[in-house]
Design a protein around this ligand. Structure first.
Ligand SMILES: Cc1cc2nc3c(=O)[nH]c(=O)nc-3n(C[C@H](O)[C@H](O)[C@H](O)COP(=O)(O)OP(=O)(O)OC[C@H]3O[C@@H](n4cnc5c(N)ncnc54)[C@H](O)[C@@H]3O)c2cc1C
Length: 465
């Protein structure tokens, strides 16, 4: 990037809010994938107006602008694949309003999700979306990625809590979408369009979030089974029972091997699949629902039932759940981490299919995740330095996506398409649907400056390859 252009950008945000040194720029070259691309410049804007100024320069000089929250994305969304400016949102980190009467909060995009959750809890309110990365990811990143999490069974996902947005469009205009009301149907739903748009349709600069009342109590229960089939049968029965757990997570045998010593209890050797439940509500009601839940699990063949006796023990259970992703690297140094989702009835077929793929491709595959909503994390483990394993991991990913298609599922339940899944998007979207999505992108961003190279496969890439 030319010095004169860097000076123009520095004039918009102030020279102390840009990074030009190569060693500094490398710190903003990656996310939670293995992908790394060096940006030409890193910029920390302090307002929507400053972002608008940078975006206008980007249109004038044709450089890419890549919004970045905390860089915890799992699809390469904030990786600057075509260089340009990485726009880091960490300065925009104010909670502007928590309004108990209207049951909403207004925040800037760089607020850390966990910080917001704790701030609203102090006022007796609850922001339910709970991605495993909540302690370090940003609300802006959650909205742009369409983040989910464990609480989706009862409470839904980020998408269900966003009432309105302020957005700097790729052309530099600043718009407001949505409203401060729980219902609004005025014109097209631009708020929803921005949800999961992965920084390709604009930079989100303010977010109005719906809040729920803080539940009076919570209980967590772990149920161990001697087979995955039995565990998944229990999930189906619980979902039909009307008990409405807040969360239902599952871990297969390979997952348990990774986090066994983090659990607050010793697992008997015959337990090869674990379910984790959380329920919330009035204490008496929760206690009776947990009891019934335990009975259902027993009927489905549970060998072990453990109710967390206090908050600390419950936290150890959920900390083990949150630790799964990093712990999988005990198995192999690299992984393809997919977050496919299938209709509820197809979860056992997906997990059995993943086991088949592991056998056929001779690679470990670890399955865990959100059994209550069909969003299963399938981790294909491999060693990048071994050509056979690299190729097998690629082939296993294609096998997995083909399986998900047969089960009428979706390529991504919560991480988005970004860079990693762009070559496969044609497996799910028809040519006409894909063409319409590209026309939308073109209408928002005629010069393709906003996070180019994401979601849509690069020109010349055949669909599904
Ligand atoms: C250990 C671990 C556990 C995880 N668990 C979960 C989970 O349970 N559920 C889940 O859904 N995800 C999970 N994730 C993935 C990730 O944390 C989420 O996708 C999160 O929403 C990303 O937020 P971020 O602030 O890190 O965004 P980034 O990674 O910085 O960016 C993500 C995308 O959003 C865009 N973006 C960021 N900010 C803005 C903005 N202000 N305006 C426009 N576009 C923007 C970026 O360009 C990029 O495309 C996990 C990740 C890790 C590492």
């Amino acid at each position: 990037m030319q010095d004169s252009l860097i000076k123009e950008i520095a004039a918009v945000v102030g020279p102390k809010y840009i990074l030009t040194g190569e060693e500094d720029r490398w710190c903003y070259a990656y996310d939670a994938t293995d992908l790394t691309y060096l940006p030409d410049l890193v910029v920390f804007p302090g307002s929507a107006e400053e972002i608008s100024g940078i975006v206008k320069l980007a249109n004038q000089h044709r450089f890419p602008v890549v919004p970045r929250g905390a860089g915890t994305g799992r699809a390469g969304g904030s990786v600057p694949v075509r260089g340009g400016v990485v726009l880091v949102m960490t300065r925009l980190n104010r909670i502007l309003e928590i309004n108990p009467e209207d049951m909403l909060a207004v925040v800037e995009p760089g607020v850390i999700t966990g910080v917001l959750k704790r701030a609203v809890a102090e006022q007796g309110l609850y922001y339910p979306p709970d991605p495993g990365s909540a302690d370090y990811c940003t609300i802006g990143g959650n909205v742009a990625a369409g983040a989910g999490g464990a609480m989706a069974v009862q409470y839904g996902v980020t998408r269900d809590y966003v009432l309105g947005l302020e957005v700097v469009l790729p052309t530099g205009e600043i718009i407001e979408a949505g409203a401060r009301t729980f219902k609004s149907v005025v014109g097209y739903d631009l708020t929803r369009l921005m949800l999961g748009s992965e920084g390709t349709l604009g930079v989100i600069t303010r977010i109005i979030l719906r809040l729920a009342p803080q539940p009076a109590s919570r209980l967590s229960l772990a149920a161990g089974f001697s087979s995955l089939d039995a565990a998944l049968t229990a999930v189906g029965q619980v979902l039909h029972s009307g008990l409405i757990p807040t969360a239902i997570e599952f871990m297969d045998r390979a997952t348990l091997d990774c986090v066994r010593e983090m659990l607050p209890f010793k697992l008997p050797p015959q337990v090869t699949a674990l379910l984790l439940f959380m329920l919330d509500g009035h204490p008496r009601d929760v206690a009776s629902r947990v009891k019934r839940l335990g009975q259902l699990c027993k009927q489905a063949g549970a060998q072990l039932l453990l109710q967390a006796k206090d908050e600390a023990e419950a936290e150890r259970l959920w900390a083990a759940r949150r630790a799964i992703s990093p712990a999988t690297f005990k198995v192999k140094p690299h992984k393809v981490s997919e977050d496919v989702a299938v209709p509820l009835g197809a979860i056992p077929l997906l997990v059995a299919g993943a086991e088949d793929i592991a056998r056929q491709r001779d690679l470990p595959i670890i399955c865990f995740g959100h059994a209550g909503d069909g969003n299963i994390h399938v981790n294909i483990m491999f060693d990048q330095s071994q050509p056979r394993e690299r190729e097998a991991a690629h082939a296993a990913t294609e096998d997995l996506f083909a399986l998900v298609g047969r089960l009428r599922g979706t390529l991504s339940g919560e991480h988005g398409i970004g860079l990693t899944k762009a070559p496969y998007i044609g497996l799910e979207l028809s040519p006409a649907a894909l063409a319409l999505q590209k026309r939308l992108k073109q209408a928002f961003d005629p010069q393709n400056i906003m996070n180019p190279g994401k979601i849509f496969p690069a020109a010349g890439t055949p669909a599904g390859l």
